[in-house]
Write a protein that binds this ligand. Structure first.
Ligand code: HPA
Length: 267
């Protein structure tokens, strides 16, 4: 058996075989929502091919169960490119998500803002992204399926639904373009000035490789950033991972309200 079918079997054994409607990847400081899933939490270590995410502030469990009446698979952690240099680290996990029956994937992350009108604590609904890393998780994929169109990678219908949910719960959320920077060092002020000129509104170290993989597997995607800091050179505040973790909960509470409303509309 392949790693994917071994992981699927491990999930089916513990969580049952009812299909999952939607996947949710949680970024730094957003773990609270995983605890709200009524179901089982399976350690990634028990799932063949899943990453062994080691970044502090993340919870390496797959939570399968219901949230707001919808059967979901919540990924409590992701492996970032900067951990081991593997842009395809989440490939197996996303393959499994698709095989569990999911049609949609919502991704969340912590990001630095390049927009003065989107300060720390605010949320940004990604309208598109720039793969500034130049890396691609599909390099080495031998089939023609590797030529994945990315025009509507951030699905217009999902974005409209998330926007409507934000409005319904009274939370202001701006649209913006996310630039993927490899990390783990943060950007220089000159790099941020460049990314702004290129049309980016936020910068972070995740999400883009997962969207490429998710599109490869045929999942519809949308992503929301919680802004934890102004990007390098844009404020006097010192940028650090500690700061990211400390600030993420500010946006997390808003994000949770939007996602709960959004899920309830899928019921
Ligand atoms: N840059 C990159 N990644 C980030 C940042 C940032 O400023 N803030 C949170 N994640």
């Amino acid at each position: 058996m392949s790693l994917t079918s071994d992981a699927l079997k491990a999930i089916h054994d513990r969580a049952g075989t009812a299909p999952v409607r939607l996947g949710l990847i949680l970024g730094s400081g957003l773990g609270h929502l995983a605890q709200a899933v009524d179901g089982v939490a399976i350690p990634y270590a028990d799932l063949p091919g899943f990453p062994h995410a080691a970044v502090s502030g993340h919870n390496p469990h797959l939570h399968i169960g219901t949230l707001e009446g919808v059967r979901v698979a919540v990924f409590g952690a992701r492996e970032h490119y900067y951990e081991k240099g593997n842009p395809a680290a989440m490939r197996r996990a996303l393959d499994v998500l698709k095989r569990l029956g999911a049609t949609d994937l919502i991704l969340t992350n912590a990001a630095g803002s390049m927009r003065p009108d989107v300060p720390p604590g605010d949320l940004m609904l990604l309208s598109d992204h720039i793969n500034y890393s130049g890396l691609n998780p599909l390099i080495g994929e031998p089939t023609d399926a590797r030529f994945v169109p990315m025009t509507d990678a951030h699905n217009p219908d999902l974005r409209a639904a998330l926007r409507a949910s934000a409005q319904a719960v009274g939370i202001d959320i701006k649209d913006g373009v996310y630039a993927w920077y490899s990390g783990p060092s943060f950007e220089t002020p000159a790099e941020i000035r460049m990314l702004k000129m290129l049309g980016a509104d936020a910068v972070g170290m995740s999400t883009v490789p997962e969207i490429i993989l998710a599109r490869f597997f045929g999942l519809r995607c949308a992503a929301i950033s919680t802004i934890t800091n102004m990007a390098a050179g844009m404020s006097d505040e010192k940028i650090s991972h500690e700061h990211t973790k400390a600030m993420a909960p500010l946006g997390a509470a808003k994000l949770e309200r939007i996602l709960r409303h959004f899920l309830a509309t899928l019921r």
